[in-house]
Design a protein. Structure first.
Length: 201
């Protein structure tokens, strides 16, 4: 199993969660660095060295650390968006999880992509409080909401890329395919990705 990870994430997974010890009992692990600047081949091999194949790069999103690593040093590499780029076609896709801030770097990467997949955890900022499972807002938990001031739907509507939401919390009305919120997104040209969806670029 090949694992690409930024330096702080790898340290957290190996030093704190001991993931390499657990998985190493079942398979051979190959760790590869995912730099926050510059692209690397998604898979090794002669084809990638020859300039073919998909390349992956990290776009720093935030320094939000998981609770089990809350005391770890701050680093831009804690939360990153992943940009997949195929030189042969010039096509690219961007996947942005746990978006706490829509940075200039993230916006540039989204503007250049043919497909953008974004964290849609909460529909609006008050959802966690309204649902009663947290005293914090969505933004307070490190997730920009889909709707409302500063919501990501308005940002995605301004992109030329095909845009999809994923990673919906079970309190998000978008988990219901018949919810009226889907129609609101459709008017903006944004969709929710579904299980086993295949996206061709």
């Amino acid at each position: 199993m090949e694992i690409l990870a930024t330096a702080p994430v790898r340290r957290a997974l190996t030093d704190r969660l001991r993931l390499d010890d657990v998985l190493g009992s079942y398979t051979t692990l190959t760790w590869r660095d995912l730099p926050c600047h510059g692209a690397v081949p998604l898979h090794g091999g002669d084809a990638d060295r020859a300039g073919h194949g998909v390349r992956i790069s990290a776009v720093p999103v935030s320094g939000k650390r998981p609770r089990y690593a809350a005391d770890a040093p701050e680093d831009d590499g804690w939360v990153v968006a992943l940009r997949l780029y195929e030189p042969a076609t010039g096509r690219s896709a961007l996947y942005a999880p746990a978006v706490a801030v829509w940075s200039d770097a993230l916006h540039r990467a989204a503007a250049e992509a043919d497909c953008v997949i974004v964290d849609g955890t909460f529909w609006d900022d008050e959802e966690p409080r309204r649902a009663g499972f947290s005293s914090r807002t969505a933004t307070g938990m490190g997730h920009l909401p889909v709707d409302g001031p500063g919501g990501t739907a308005g940002i995605l509507a301004g992109l030329s890329a095909r845009c999809y939401y994923t990673h919906l919390n079970n309190t998000n009305p978008l988990v219901d395919p018949t919810a009226a919120q889907h129609k609101r997104l459709a008017r903006l040209g944004v969709e929710v990705a579904y299980d086993e969806m295949v996206i061709e670029l």
